[in-house]
Design a protein around this ligand. Structure first.
Ligand code: CUA
Length: 171
């Protein structure tokens, strides 16, 4: 069977595009560190999250080694604790693990302008570890529709110069 040269060209181009599109969808789903909230953060009782060893009183804690911090964040209608009434403060040049859970409905926890973005699921603790090299200020937003005040659910994260970070801010 004779296939015209142009016909063959278009067949190859169409096949290449299909492979490319499947590739971009696959990368978007599983590449670049994306994943479902898994069980690494542990489970909690959403009605009493702090009673679990997997979650603490919301706030900033010293991590397992110097320069590492653990930040426990409770998301609830319609605020982040801490984050909304007071900014989350961590020092620059630090490694921070966020432990995020919800005590009512599903929320989102996104640090605007970064790749920090997770769901906050009742009963589940989501963990995200990141490094902050430079002092900066970031917004926090909830990106899962969680009720009538969803659009107001926001907060802030301040990465302050190490000299301005007071160890008394750590629980
Ligand atoms: Cu919380 Cu939307």
């Amino acid at each position: 069977m004779h296939v015209h040269r142009f016909e063959r060209l278009w067949l190859v181009a169409a096949l290449a595009m299909i492979v490319l599109f499947i590739g971009t969808v696959t990368y978007g789903a599983v590449g670049a560190g994306y994943g479902m909230v898994d069980d690494t953060g542990g489970q909690v009782d959403p009605t009493d999250a702090t009673a679990s060893e997997n979650f603490r009183e919301p706030g900033v804690y010293n991590g397992s080694e110097p320069g590492h911090y653990d930040v426990y964040i409770e998301a609830k209608q319609f605020l982040f604790v801490p984050g909304t009434s007071d900014p989350v403060r961590v020092p620059a040049n630090s490694t921070v693990t966020f432990h995020v859970t919800s005590t009512d409905v599903v929320h989102g926890f996104e640090v605007v302008g970064t790749n920090i973005n997770t769901m906050a699921v009742p009963g589940q603790v989501a963990t995200v570890t990141v490094e902050f090299d430079e002092p900066d200020e970031y917004g926090l937003v909830c990106n899962e529709y969680c009720g009538s005040g969803h659009h107001t659910m926001e907060g802030s994260l301040h990465v302050v110069p190490a000299a301005q970070f007071n160890q008394t801010e750590v629980n």
